[in-house]
Design a binder for this molecule. Sequence first.
Ligand SMILES: Nc1ncnc2c1ncn2[C@@H]1O[C@H](COP(=O)(O)OP(=O)(O)OP(=O)(O)O)[C@@H](O)[C@H]1O
Length: 294
Amino acid sequence: MSRADAEGVAPVANTAGADPVIVGMEVLIEDVRFSYPSGVEAVKGVSLSIRPGERVAIVGQNGAGKTTLVRQLNGIFRPTSGRVQVGDWITSEHTIAELATRVGYVFQNPDEQLFARTVRADVEFGPRNLGLDSAQVARRAETAIEAVGLSGVADLHPHHLSLSERKRVALAGVVAMGTPVVVLDEPTTGQDAAGVDMIAQVVAALTDAGRTVIAITHDMEFCAEHFDRVIVMAGGQVLVDGHPRDVFVRDAELDAAAVEPPQLTRLARALGWDDQPLSAEEFVGAFARRGAHS
Ligand SMILES: Nc1ncnc2c1ncn2[C@@H]1O[C@H](COP(=O)(O)OP(=O)(O)OP(=O)(O)O)[C@@H](O)[C@H]1O
């Protein structure tokens, strides 16, 4: 087994034909602080441990420090103090190119990420750069493009697609890289219900395969329904961290972070229910149980 195999990184120059196994990796953030050159301290002593296969949503109002924090993971930013570790790598000891084999990052704005002449070429770029053979590259791209519902437009120029489709092309490109950790910045912005559904399915497939998904989102419904851990940030710090069911009852911290629980959770509370439904399905279930008892 190669070193890359053992560490869960997609091996380079693989000629065997079979896709390399992607292994999950722990992310450790230890007392990280980060200041911009302007002097603004955007992250103020954050410590987190994220297990392989976790689905983590980071929420908080604009300026809370979410983006600055996740950009420490792929080396775009280096902590001013503290340390970040992905698997056995301390990020400050690795280049952005090396970290890109472990942490895939889907930007909020896909136009910062897409550059090839077709959707397929764009999605193939990452796996090809890892040194996979052409059959593996084609297979990975095909699977990723299908997962985001874009098989029908794979040979079009990304500029001919809508913003929501371009966002899904960027997602497919990162999925195809096979990184153990995937960071999504506002993945559901601009998506209709079908697009949100597709993204939720991709998130589930990634974490079922042992990969870690960390999403920054303002979409509380998406976060409550599809994530098993919610981290609430404000002023560069973590205020609450836990399962959505435990987090969305922490009124004081949510108020401080200007975060509102999902609508159905709020409705259930307004109705005086003890249940805390996190999805329409759970709401209907709770409603039906009440009907059965009345
Ligand atoms: N390039 C920069 N230079 C100086 N300060 C910055 C820069 N980028 C962000 N900041 C500041 O750092 C703080 C955290 O910003 P950040 O973008 O990380 O927050 P966020 O929670 O991701 O917000 P949003 O939801 O708007 O993306 C804010 O005070 C912001 O103004």
